[in-house]
Design a protein around this ligand. Structure first.
Ligand SMILES: Cc1cc2nc3c(=O)[nH]c(=O)nc-3n(C[C@H](O)[C@H](O)[C@H](O)COP(=O)(O)OP(=O)(O)OC[C@H]3O[C@@H](n4cnc5c(N)ncnc54)[C@H](O)[C@@H]3O)c2cc1C
Length: 622
C-alpha cells in the first residue's frame, strides 16, 4: 500500500503551462505540488528556441501583467531580441526573443525550487481520483496517493506520446524523454473525451558544419525592449547572437516530393492532426506548389552549445531523406545533423469540455491548461496555465474565478476560441483571431490586465502603484498637449517643413500636430518648451493614443455592445429541449457546449442570430 499526502493544489506537468499554474497557486499561499516525468525538463523548449512573435508576444505581456513568470524568465535568458512588424501599426508590433534554451529551463527551475509553498516531484501521474463528480487527487506510478482540493492537468505532448522519423517510431515524449502512458485511460474512465493531435520539429544542426557566408545574418534590436513590465530596460542591454536567413530551392522541393510516400504524414501512419499554421516542410511544399522557395531561419539553441535550429523545416521524413533535404539548402551543404527532425503524436482533450475558467464542466475542481487543451505554443500554454492556476486557487479559497473576455486580452480570445469553437487541430494564436486588435496591443497589456493581477494578489502593490502613476502621467500629458497651442510663426513652420509636414495657417494644439502621421511626440521637443522629461513608456502611450484615438474610441463602442451580450448569463441547468422554437442543430450545439452567456452562445458555430433571439425571449419569460 503506497503512502498518501495532502495538498491544496496538485499540478500535473512542469512545462510552460504547469510552471505558471504552480507558481500562481503557491504565490497565493496554497500548499502546492507539481509533478513532471523528468525534473530536467522543467520549462523545456522542445521546439523553436524563441518566446514571443506575432500575437504570442502579446500573450507574454498579458501573462506578465497578470503576475505570471514567462516574461521575467525570458528577460533573464534571452540571447537576441527583436520587435517585429515595426513598419506596421502598433496593433501588430510584437516582441520576439531568442532564448538560451538551457538557461531558460534552468532559470525557471530555480524559480520553482525557491518558491515557498511549492513542492516539486519527479514521478509519473497514472490515475485521477474522482468521487461524486469532484476531483480528490492523483495516484502516481509507485501507488502513492496525493490528495488535493484542486487538480490542474498540464500534460502537454506526453500522454501516450510517440515520435515518428520516417518508418522509425519511438514511444517516448519529446527529446527522448519518457512518455506518460497510463493517465489517458484513467481520464477516459472519468468520462473525459480525448483526441489525438500531432506536431513536428526540425533537425538540429552542428554550427561548425554550416557555411554562414551563404546566408543573410539577422541582427537583434538596439536598444532591446524587455518583455516584463517589471524589468529595468537598462538590465537587458547586452551583446546579442546572430540568426541567419536562407531558403529552400527547387532541388529541396524535388527531394521531398519524390519521397512523400515515405513520410508518415502522407503514408497515413500519423493518426494525429497537426497545426495548419505551423506546417511541416512537406506540407508547405505540397500546399504551396507555386512557391519557388521557402524562408528558413537558422537560430542558435543557446550560447553554450553548437546546436542550431532550422526554423521552418520541421519534418517527419526518414533520416536518409532529411540528410539530402538539408544538404540541398544553401549553407547546409555539408551540415551535420545532431538531432533528426521528427513528428510527435499525443493525447489531449476536446476543450469544449471546459468552462472559460478552464474548469471541467463534468468534474468539479479539475482544471486544465496548455497543449493538453488542444493549443500549440509555449505562450499559449503559459497563458492557460496561469488562468488555470489562478482559478484552481480561487476555487480552493472559495473566491470568484476569473474569466478574461475577448475584449480584455488575447488570453480571452485564446480561451474563448478553445472552449467555444470546434477545434480540429492544434490552436495557435494569431492577431487576426481578435476583433479588437487595436485595443489589445502588447504595449498596453498592463493597463488592460494589471488591476486584475493585483486584485488576485499576484501583482505587488509597488508594481501596481507604478502603473497607476504611469497612467496618471499619460492622462496629464495628453491633457497638456490638448491645451498647449502654437501659432503659425516662422520657427514652427520651419520645423513642420523639416518634418515634411504642412505649415500652419493659424494656431493649432500640440495634440493636433502629433496626430499628423509624419509627426510624433519627440519631434516637437524644440517647440514644446514647457514639457517635462517623461519615461519612454509614457511617451509611447501618448503617441499611440493621439494617433489612433479615433479608431480606439470606435472599437471601445463595439466592446460596449459585446459586453452587454457577455453579461446576459445563461443558467447552466437550462433545458434546451424545452425551447421548442430552437432549431435542432442549435439545440444540439447548445446542449453540447452549455455556454455561460448569450455572448458565448452567439459564437458557437451552428447557432444563428435567430436562435439567439429565441433564447433571449425564452430567458426573459422564464
Ligand atoms: C516535437 C515538438 C514540436 C513542436 N512544435 C511546435 C511548433 O512548431 N510550434 C509551436 O507553437 N509549438 C510547438 N510545440 C509545442 C510546444 O512545445 C508546446 O506548445 C509547449 O511546450 C506546451 O507546453 P505545455 O506546458 O502545455 O506542455 P509541455 O511543455 O509538453 O510539458 C508537459 C509537462 O507535463 C509532464 N507530464 C505529462 N504527463 C505527465 C504525467 N502523467 N505525470 C507527470 N508529469 C507529466 C511532462 O513531464 C512535462 O513536464 C512542439 C512540441 C514538440 C514536442
Amino acid at each position: 500500500m503506497g503512502f498518501s499526502e495532502y495538498y491544496d493544489v496538485v499540478v500535473v506537468g512542469a512545462g510552460h503551462a504547469g510552471c505558471e499554474a504552480a507558481l500562481a497557486a503557491a504565490r497565493l499561499k496554497l500548499n502546492t505540488i507539481i509533478f513532471t516525468v523528468s525534473i530536467n525538463s522543467i520549462a523545456l523548449m522542445p521546439c523553436n528556441p524563441n518566446i514571443g512573435g506575432t500575437s504570442k508576444g502579446h500573450l507574454v505581456r498579458e501573462i506578465d501583467a497578470l503576475g505570471g513568470e514567462m516574461g521575467k524568465n525570458i528577460d533573464k535568458t534571452f540571447i537576441q531580441s527583436k520587435m517585429l512588424n515595426r513598419s506596421k501599426g502598433p496593433a501588430v508590433h510584437s516582441l520576439r526573443a531568442q532564448a538560451d534554451k538551457a538557461d531558460y529551463s534552468r532559470e525557471m527551475r530555480q524559480t520553482l525550487e525557491n518558491q515557498d509553498n511549492l513542492t516539486i516531484k519527479q514521478a509519473e501521474v497514472c490515475e485521477l481520483i474522482v468521487e461524486d463528480d469532484t476531483v480528490k487527487g492523483v495516484k502516481i506510478f509507485t501507488g502513492g496517493v496525493y490528495y488535493a482540493k484542486a487538480v490542474i492537468l498540464c500534460t502537454g505532448t506526453y500522454l501516450k506520446a510517440r515520435c515518428l522519423c520516417g518508418e522509425a517510431i519511438t514511444y517516448t515524449g519529446p527529446n527522448g524523454l519518457m512518455a506518460a502512458n497510463h493517465l489517458s485511460d484513467s481520464l477516459e474512465k472519468a468520462g473525459i473525451e480525448l483526441v489525438r493531435f500531432k506536431t513536428g520539429t526540425p533537425a538540429r544542426i552542428d554550427s561548425r558544419s554550416i557555411d554562414y557566408s551563404r546566408m543573410t545574418p539577422q541582427y537583434g534590436d538596439d536598444p532591446v525592449i524587455p518583455f516584463s513590465f517589471s524589468t529595468d530596460p537598462a538590465s537587458v542591454q547586452k551583446e546579442q547572437v546572430l540568426c541567419y536567413l536562407t531558403y529552400t530551392n527547387e532541388n529541396t522541393h524535388k527531394i521531398i516530393l519524390e519521397n512523400l510516400d515515405r513520410s508518415p504524414l502522407y503514408s497515413g501512419v500519423i493518426e494525429g492532426t497537426g497545426p495548419r499554421y505551423c506546417p511541416s516542410l512537406e506540407d508547405k511544399i505540397v500546399r504551396f506548389k507555386d512557391k519557388e522557395r521557402h524562408q528558413l531561419f537558422i537560430e542558435p539553441e543557446g550560447i553554450h552549445t553548437n546546436e542550431m535550429y532550422v526554423s521552418g523545416a520541421s519534418s517527419s521524413l526518414p533520416e536518409d531523406v532529411q540528410i539530402r533535404m538539408y544538404h540541398s539548402i544553401p549553407g547546409l551543404e555539408n551540415c551535420k545533423i545532431v538531432r533528426n527532425a521528427y513528428a510527435i503524436e499525443y493525447d489531449c482533450i476536446n476543450p469544449a469540455q471546459l468552462y472559460p475558467t478552464l474548469e471541467f464542466k463534468k468534474i468539479k475542481n479539475l482544471f486544465a491548461g496548455g497543449q493538453f487543451n488542444g493549443s500549440s505554443g509555449y505562450e499559449e500554454a503559459a497563458a492557460q496555465g496561469l488562468i488555470a492556476g489562478i482559478n484552481a486557487s480561487m476555487s480552493v479559497l472559495g473566491k470568484e474565478k476569473i474569466i478574461i473576455d475577448r475584449s480584455e486580452g488575447y488570453i480571452g480570445v485564446l480561451i474563448d476560441d478553445l472552449v467555444t469553437k470546434e477545434n480540429h487541430e492544434p490552436y495557435r494564436m494569431m492577431t487576426s483571431r481578435s476583433e479588437y486588435r487595436l485595443l489589445l496591443r502588447q504595449d498596453n497589456a498592463d493597463q488592460r490586465l494589471m488591476k486584475k493581477g493585483h486584485d488576485i494578489g499576484l501583482v505587488s502593490d509597488e508594481q501596481y502603484e507604478h502603473l497607476l502613476d504611469k497612467v496618471k502621467k499619460i492622462e496629464k500629458e495628453i491633457k497638456r498637449l490638448k491645451n498647449t497651442f502654437v501659432g503659425n510663426d516662422e520657427k514652427i513652420n520651419d520645423l513642420l517643413l523639416s518634418l515634411n509636414s504642412t505649415p500652419l495657417n493659424s494656431g493649432a494644439s500640440l495634440f493636433e500636430l502629433i496626430s499628423r502621421p509624419e509627426i510624433d511626440y519627440r519631434s516637437l521637443s524644440e517647440i514644446d518648451t514647457d514639457r517635462k522629461s517623461l519615461p519612454d513608456e509614457v511617451i509611447e502611450q501618448v503617441d499611440i493614443y493621439i494617433k489612433y484615438n479615433g479608431y480606439i474610441e470606435r472599437q471601445e463602442k463595439q466592446v460596449e455592445a459585446f459586453k452587454k451580450l457577455e453579461m446576459r448569463k445563461i443558467p447552466f441547468d437550462i433545458d434546451y429541449d424545452d425551447i421548442k422554437s430552437l432549431r435542432l442543430e442549435a439545440r444540439q450545439k447548445l446542449k453540447n457546449f452549455r455556454p455561460i452567456s448569450i455572448g458565448q452562445a452567439s459564437r458557437i458555430s451552428g447557432v444563428s442570430p435567430a436562435d439567439i433571439s429565441v433564447l433571449l425571449v425564452y430567458l426573459k419569460n422564464s
